[in-house]
Design a protein around this ligand. Structure first.
Ligand code: 13P
Ligand code: SF4
Length: 444
């Protein structure tokens, strides 16, 4: 169902080291009223480099700079932090549950009660009874946890600056406008949004308005299939899928389903009608929002070729957030959970080169000393936002809970949460695919 929506939003925000900028009609103003000419095209890279989310900017939730952490936490040495966190965790006992994404550092993830990928952590969050959930991940994950837990439970993100560079590339109002535009260009075809869980709660709510669903990289193929399945068989009855916000996940999944580049068209949110013609939309099955993960975009086809020359017997596996031109050079593609399973079940002595976040790859290398496991590329695949959850912030957060005044509580407003939950529940109900995607035939 199309939401009733007017024109493209008028408020646009940016940052120039002085504070937020607000666009009013054709002019930009800083918060203190000075004029600025900062164009829209600078907005996303600037926000991205700071790990900030535009929807949260609009809601004013990012007013607490990282430096607000009390100095005593910053001044503590690692050993003191480790023992203080362990003591607080023991003291809080079952009233506390710490969730950790696989991309967290070893220092932080050792304290998690559960670790997992986005899908598993969402499922676990929904099952928790602890009073306090501390999410060692990024902002969209904590939002999902808040939506999936009861009102009596609090969800804390130890550092509010832990956003997601990819989630920052789509804003709810712009997505709602985009859906209207695509539907108009598609000439009566039904558009179903499939929104990667790496997105704000507000976008998840828009997804539900349009009868769509969320997905993670572990179940995206099954969600795409469901989106195109007739309603009478429990599907969303879609003719076309609008994959938001990661173009690479959308394109790689289209290929995994036996489709090709000609079935895909990219929607550029900076351009009217996404820069697409009606003919292009009518010819395509997959409309791909022009977003990406900067961590997975650090990998190049040259990285794969170079490592093949060095380790000719290695299996090269990449996350589907990597660009298609990288994935086609690899042997396999798989989500975080699929990568872990593939390596876990591989024989001793096997060699692996992995294209995903460095913390996970280095941890796998330490965990499986009987296998050779290397990070693809030049070591740049680090998620800066995940790294903002560090020991000082974790201790600060646990201390605040123990003091009865939790900091950095993530709260999604009731109306948004109710709608977003529909899209998240659909995601959780759809089974993960455990097998990796074979890109090159074995032995080729
Ligand atoms: P998954 O946890 O779904 O594999 O996604 C990877 C990622 O980039 C998390 O932000
Ligand atoms: Fe976002 Fe990429 Fe970091 Fe995942 S790895 S949290 S997609 S920026």
């Amino acid at each position: 169902m199309a939401s009733a929506l007017g024109k493209r939003r008028s408020i646009q925000l940016s940052y120039e080291g002085k504070g937020l900028l607000q666009k009013q009609s054709s002019e930009y103003y800083t918060r203190d009223g000075a004029k600025s000419n900062t164009p829209r095209c600078k907005l996303l890279p600037l926000a991205l480099s700071r790990g900030l989310c535009l929807d949260n900017f609009v809601a004013g939730r990012y007013n607490a700079p990282m430096s607000e952490i009390p100095a005593n936490y910053r001044d503590m040495d690692r050993e003191a932090l480790l023992s203080a966190i362990a003591a607080r965790k023991a003291e809080l006992g079952e009233t506390l549950c710490i969730l950790g994404h696989h991309y967290q550092s070893d220092d932080v993830i050792q304290f998690s009660d559960y670790r997992g990928d986005s899908l598993k952590l969402s499922q676990i969050a929904g099952e928790q009874t602890a009073d306090h959930i501390v999410f060692c991940g990024v902002h969209f994950m904590a939002e999902s946890a808040d939506i999936l837990t009861s009102d009596a439970q609090t969800v804390c993100l130890p550092n509010l600056s832990a956003g997601c560079g990819m989630a920052d590339m789509a804003e709810a109002d712009a997505v709602a406008v985009a859906l209207e535009e695509v539907a108009a260009l598609a000439g009566g075809a039904t558009i179903v949004p499939v929104t990667y869980v790496n997105s704000t709660a507000a976008i998840k709510a828009v997804t539900a308005d349009w009868n769509g669903a969320c997905c993670t990289s572990s179940n995206v193929r099954n969600v795409f299939e469901m989106a195109m399945t007739p309603q009478s068989f429990g599907g969303c009855d879609g003719d076309k899928i609008f994959a938001i916000p990661d173009q690479h996940l959308g394109r790689n999944t289209a290929f995994a389903m036996g489709r090709g580049a000609s079935d895909c068209v990219v929607y550029d949110p900076q351009l009217p009608n996404g820069g697409m013609t009606s003919e292009q939309v009518r010819a395509a099955t997959f409309i791909l929002w022009k977003g990406w993960c900067y961590v997975h975009q650090t990998f190049t086809p040259e990285h794969v070729r170079a490592v093949r020359a060095e380790l000719p017997n290695a299996t090269v596996i990449a996350h589907p957030e990597c660009p298609r031109e990288v994935v086609v050079e690899c042997d396999l593609a798989g989500s975080t959970a699929q990568i872990i399973t593939a390596i876990d079940t591989a024989p001793a002595g096997s060699e692996w080169v992995v294209g995903t976040e460095a913390n996970l790859v280095y941890r796998l290398a330490a965990q499986y000393p009987d296998k050779t496991i290397r990070l693809l590329g030049d070591g740049a695949a680090r998620c800066v936002q995940m790294a903002r959850i560090d020991l000082p912030h974790l201790l600060w957060c646990l201390d605040s809970i123990a003091a009865g005044e939790p900091i950095n509580v993530i709260t999604v407003d009731a109306e948004t949460a109710k709608k977003a939950k529909l899209a998240l529940d659909r995601m959780i109900a759809i089974k993960a695919v455990s097998e990796v995607i074979q890109i090159r035939p074995e032995g080729a």
